[in-house]
Write a protein that binds this ligand. Structure first.
Ligand code: ZN
Length: 520
């Protein structure tokens, strides 16, 4: 914590209203919980403030198997597992061609697959005047935290913040004005240097497996071409500052928290994910990214406190998932069987056999560790014994080096849920969703797909991918470090309790009563 920020908080001790004026939910894409310990001494901004003054849950999880962005974001304010939100994987996340983007070209997006309600719906039912603003670098990061609500929802596409026709037919003046500054385009040729002197970073900066073997040492530079720089911008720390500046612009334009109702601001910061994929969780780049994120969040929180008074803002910080290192790095650390596992050609071979017997092309799909057979009935109708095909695929998968186990979802139902892999798959897969098999890799191995660059990645039911930060901060929060095991599905019920709201449906999470201060 830096002295000015503490002093500054001390000066803001005006009498707070009984309820917060604004609920702020910050999701950092791919922020592993251990980063906060690793860099703690250097966190002097927003992360430092939240760690020092907040209720810090040190053992928190996205406790489901497919630890990807879309399912992770959907748990945070719904209080429900992917099996219940319907958001099971990125590839079947928010993309929707029936909801084209407004003013730019790119894939349309909407919460079409999201089932049920979320925190904002409960807030709006109690306070019809409540509003939500949700922003992110990514469509799924902006859309899923507020469920199906048609509110102010914006994400970044090619240099501009936009929305889709699900939400609006045109962009409001404040968004157009912000876009009109063209900050990402004007960053063409800009350099990303280390924030601190090089001796503050113990990590090596010369690992050739990083960033596909190109440009893996500091300084990094954006393309001199402005349109290309606007695309690359998602991968440099300035993108998070831009997202936070855009959120603050929206707070002002919409007068959030200033109209008598409690409003919701959801911000999902995407750059940690891009940097983590490209350079890995043990890189100098991710270290610098987290320090810069900390500083950007510090400025952001200061501005919120000036606007509302620090006692009138309720803050949650968490992540949608963690990340597994590059296998090269893991092997060097002693995890000898860490490897990239690809089963595309095996699945293609099975499909080719099925095509010979039944026609119809690609019956089986493999995605995110799941074997899908959406047209099972049709295949059975062609006289194929589908159960024996599935059993054969399971046997072939089990023989692939790096695969730890392969299960049929139905077989997991009675199993011991103290086994994290069993529990996380049960939380993941809805019944009757066409998921025939679920495959889990050995720790430190990762799935790879043909024709994609070799990155560090996430998506396993491992603690590396599932363990995330969870911090609450606010007047009604009892600060401290809490060691019991909790989950991101606990966030929504806890916020509901803090605001006296009634969730509209059964939830999977619990109220974290231990972090709620006695009323004063
Ligand atoms: Zn990612």
């Amino acid at each position: 914590m830096n002295a000015p920020l503490l002093l500054f908080l001390g000066l803001l001790g005006t009498a707070p209203a009984p309820r917060p004026r604004l609920v702020v939910v910050i999701t950092v894409d791919q922020l592993r919980a251990d980063y906060l310990d690793r860099y703690r001494a250097q966190l002097t901004g927003g992360l430092g403030l939240l760690l020092k003054r907040g209720a810090v849950f040190a053992d928190a999880y996205q406790d489901h198997a497919v630890t990807e962005t879309a399912p992770g974001h959907a748990t945070i304010l719904s209080g429900r597992w992917p099996a219940h939100t319907g958001i099971v994987r990125n590839a079947a996340g928010v993309l929707d061609s029936a909801a084209p983007l407004v003013g730019v070209t790119g894939p349309g997006a909407a919460p079409t697959r999201f089932r049920g309600t979320a925190f904002f719906d409960w807030l709006k039912a109690a306070e019809p005047g409540a509003r939500a603003l949700s922003v992110s670098g990514k469509d799924r990061g902006a859309i899923l935290p507020i469920g199906r609500a048609k509110q102010q929802v914006y994400w970044y596409v090619g240099g501009y913040f936009t929305t889709s026709r699900y939400y609006a037919d045109s962009l409001p003046d404040w968004v157009r004005a912000f876009n009109g500054r063209r900050l990402p385009f004007r960053a063409a040729g800009a350099t990303w240097n280390l924030l601190l002197p090089a001796r503050a970073y113990p990590e090596p900066d010369s690992e050739p497996y990083e960033h596909d073997g190109k440009d893996f040492t500091f300084p990094h530079q954006l393309s001199p071409d402005s349109a290309q720089a606007a695309l690359e911008y998602l991968g440099v720390p300035s993108m998070d500052s831009l997202t936070l500046a855009f959120a603050l612009e929206g707070v002002r334009a919409l007068a959030l928290g200033s109209r008598g109702a409690v409003d919701l601001l959801s911000v999902s910061l995407s750059t940690t994910d891009y940097v983590g994929h490209a350079y890995g969780p043990d890189s100098r780049e991710i270290h610098d990214q987290v320090l810069r994120l900390d500083r950007s969040l510090g400025l952001f929180l200061q501005q919120l406190f000036v606007r509302y008074g620090s006692g009138n803002v309720l803050i949650v910080l968490t992540a949608d998932h963690g990340v597994t290192p590059f296998p090269e790095r893991s092997r060097a650390e002693g995890h000898r069987d860490a490897q990239r596992v690809n089963v595309d050609s095996m699945i293609a071979a099975v499909n080719a056999q099925l095509d010979q017997r039944a026609g119809g092309g690609a019956w089986l799909a493999f995605e995110s560790g799941m074997v899908l057979l959406p047209r099972r009935g049709e295949l059975a109708g062609q006289g194929v014994n589908v159960d024996s095909v599935v059993a054969d695929v399971a046997a072939r998968l089990r023989a692939v080096p790096g695969v730890a186990r392969v299960d049929r979802p139905a077989d997991l139902a009675g199993k011991d849920t103290s086994d994290a892999v069993v529990r996380r798959w049960l939380h993941q897969v809805p019944l009757n969703a066409g998921v025939e098999l679920v495959a889990t890799l050995r720790p430190y191995s990762i799935w790879v797909y043909l024709n994609l660059p070799a990155t560090a990645t996430h998506g396993q039911p491992s603690d590396l991918d599932a363990h995330v930060p969870l911090i609450f901060w606010g007047r009604a929060i009892r600060g401290g470090v809490y060691g019991e095991r909790v989950n991101t599905v606990d966030i929504a019920p806890t916020l509901a309790r803090l605001l006296g709201l009634t969730p509209a449906e059964p939830l999977d999470g619990r109220v974290l009563t231990e972090a709620i201060a006695a009323p004063d």
